[in-house]
Design a protein around this ligand. Structure first.
Ligand code: UDP
Length: 308
């Protein structure tokens, strides 16, 4: 297939390009490098199946030739990034999604949207199952991301219903691995960076909020399976192994052997108190579940950050 990937220079987007190329597909990557990094794709320079175009997908553009699939992965995704770029975040989820859907429609291509567990907001149902509608503050600081992705989901469903397009929606939970930005503020790079430098590890609040972490290769595998499936409604992709952020900090301390102390910082506004995917749907529809153990994934990630 010839596949268009928006957000190709991002953390997950770049791993997706690798996977698609390894499967023999041709990939056209789009990125405006607002939060993506050219170095994430440096190893693909000169690859005969890969083309990278610097493009803001909220602005009109054309791509000639056959297109079989459109993967819309572009968006600031870390709380620090979307708080810094709230309008761009809303734009790429709204105007950007519309443009990418039109691209798919005009080429009779399939379309996949990478949405987020943030669609559930600060959830009142635990673990989060796809049928839960969420608890989102529409005017809070995180709303630029949550509502943008919720709009993108709604638009995708509208295109599916109106134009009978083949669409898929993934709700991605916390994912980690090599090529995360060291300074994007997310907990995995933040803790690893602090631990490797021997600096205090900043746990926000009392650290009792929970998350679960999926290794990027598992996530990309789930996305590829979803793209092949007939499921039109959202599917959670993430690792259901839940832990508190304080426990997570302790694990990173043990794994890195750091002498860093844990310090507490104020909890950001609207920081979800608990998050854990119910992956029953992905298991039954896609035959998918994460395979990489946290310790193994973290070792790979630590290796990357040591060299970064
Ligand atoms: N967090 C933390 N210290 C940090 C960065 C994040 O304790 O230096 C917490 C944050 O408050 C949240 C969790 O770790 O509860 C995950 O945050 P992240 O920014 O990775 O993503 P989120 O899951 O909130 O989108």
């Amino acid at each position: 297939m010839r596949i268009i990937v928006s957000g190709a220079a991002g953390f997950i987007g770049s791993h997706m390009c690798d996977r698609l190329l390894a499967e023999g597909h041709t990939v056209v990557g789009l990125d405006n490098f607002l939060t993506g990094a050219e170095r994430n794709l440096a190893h693909l320079k000169g690859h005969p199946g890969f083309q990278l175009i610097r493009q803001d997908v909220t602005q009109p553009f054309a791509i000639n030739g056959q297109i079989d699939a459109v993967l819309h992965m572009a968006s600031p995704a870390s709380p620090k990034d979307y708080l810094e770029h709230p309008i761009e975040t809303l734009d790429v989820g709204s105007a950007g999604t519309r443009i990418m859907l039109e691209l798919a429609r005009s080429h009779h291509a399939r379309f996949l949207l990478t949405s987020t567990s943030e669609s559930y907001g600060d959830p009142l149902v635990h673990p989060q199952v796809e049928t839960y509608w969420g608890n989102v503050n529409p005017v809070g600081p995180r709303s630029c991301y949550d509502e943008s992705k919720r709009f993108a989901e709604a638009l995708t469903m509208a295109y599916h219903r109106t134009h009978e397009m083949r669409t898929n929606i993934a709700r991605i939970f916390n994912t980690y691995g090599p090529r995360m930005k060291l300074n994007d503020g997310r907990v995995v790079p933040a803790f690893l960076d602090q631990a490797l430098r021997g600096e205090p590890m900043t746990v926000f609040g009392d650290g009792s909020q929970t998350r679960s972490f999926c290794y990027v290769s598992d996530l990309v595998d789930g996305l590829c399976r979803l793209m092949e499936s007939d499921e039109r409604y959202p599917v959670n992709l993430g690792n259901p192994q839940e832990m508190t952020i304080l426990e997570f900090a302790e694990r990173i301390r043990r794994l890195t052997g750091t002498k860093s102390q844990i310090v507490h910082r104020p909890l950001p506004q609207d920081d979800p108190k608990q998050r854990k995917p119910d992956i029953g749907k992905a298991q039954s529809i896609l035959g998918w579940q994460p395979r990489v153990a946290l310790e193994d994934g973290l070792r790979q990630t630590i290796e990357y950050f040591r060299c970064a």
